[in-house]
Design a protein around this ligand. Structure first.
Ligand code: N1C
Length: 260
């Protein structure tokens, strides 16, 4: 009995440590080492120059006044380009899409699979402060919706990613929610608007459903998406279950695009 209580006690303490340590890690873990390590994994880039171009967007500034243009130097330094037909956009499907592209990386790339997004993926919070040369993490970064360092970063890299789109592009949207094409999403406000015809020939929406499919390709928001596309860009929509995606991506024999 006593032994059981001790084991239970140790378990509870371990869980408590995890609950406290993970957010603290996000708050205090310095950003630069992670950025540089991830950059080095990509091989052959000048990671210090990339870091310098990245941090000058927000360091020493009011954290509520960082605009997407402030990351222009970072975008220039990365100088991203991609093969046609490979770019994969997403909205409200982050985990599913990344599980898929991880297995099908010769076929599709999300922005987090490229140098534009890889270094900052999942790092959640960073900002600067006026009169200071440091990068802060969660503590000291005000919760501010517009023009914050993180949101402006994703807006800017999303714009660069959409500008690089050529040929057939794909977007994984969520069929378990009422509005798969949310007009307030980055996909709607930035990316779709930048798909240029005739550079981009077609957009295929892959509407992914899990356990609770609430909609299909006839969804009204997807009609809005079609209307948003520039003349000359063809539109397709395919309904696919998560299970189908998983099965297909685990099969290396399947050619690109054969999962829907
Ligand atoms: O607003 P969303 O989705 O439509 O943005 C997704 C869309 C993708 O196609 C990406 O190219 O925009 C790009 N993008 C990211 O890659 C990204 N990584 C992390 C946009 N936002 C990204 N984040 C964070 O998730 C960011 O802080 C933003 O607020 C959310 C957007 O997720 P969403 O609403 O599911």
């Amino acid at each position: 009995m006593e032994k059981k209580l001790i084991i239970l006690g140790v378990g509870v303490v371990a869980v408590l440590i995890l609950i406290v340590a993970v957010p603290l890690g996000v708050m205090f873990w310095p950003l630069k080492p992670t950025f540089i390590d991830r950059c080095k994994e990509l091989n052959g880039y000048d990671c210090e120059t990339w870091w310098g171009a990245f941090e000058q967007a927000y360091v020493g500034k009011d954290p509520r006044k960082v605009h997407m243009e402030d990351y222009d130097n970072f975008i220039k330094a990365v100088n991203f380009s991609a093969e046609p037909n490979k770019l994969m956009f997403w909205s409200k499907t982050k985990d599913v899409v990344h599980a898929f592209t991880k297995k099908k990386k010769d076929c599709f790339l999300t922005v987090e699979d490229t140098a534009l997004g890889y270094m900052l993926d999942g790092l959640m919070s960073w900002c600067g402060k006026e009169g200071c040369t440091k990068t802060f993490r969660k503590i000291g970064c005000p919760g501010w919706k517009e023009n914050n360092a993180v949101g402006s970063f994703w807006n800017r890299v999303s714009a660069a990613f959409a500008d690089a789109a050529r040929g057939d592009v794909t977007a994984m949207l969520n069929g378990d929610i009422d509005t798969p094409f949310n007009p307030n999403s980055t996909f709607a406000t930035i990316e779709v608007k930048r798909f240029d015809s005739p550079k981009v020939k077609s957009l295929t929406v892959v509407l992914v459903t899990g356990k609770s499919a609430v909609t299909n390709c006839k969804n009204a928001s997807l009609k809005d998406l079609q209307r948003e596309l520039k003349k000359g860009i063809a539109y397709n929509c395919k309904e696919v279950t998560e299970a189908q995606l998983e099965e297909c991506s685990s099969n290396p024999e399947r050619p690109c695009g054969a999962c829907w």
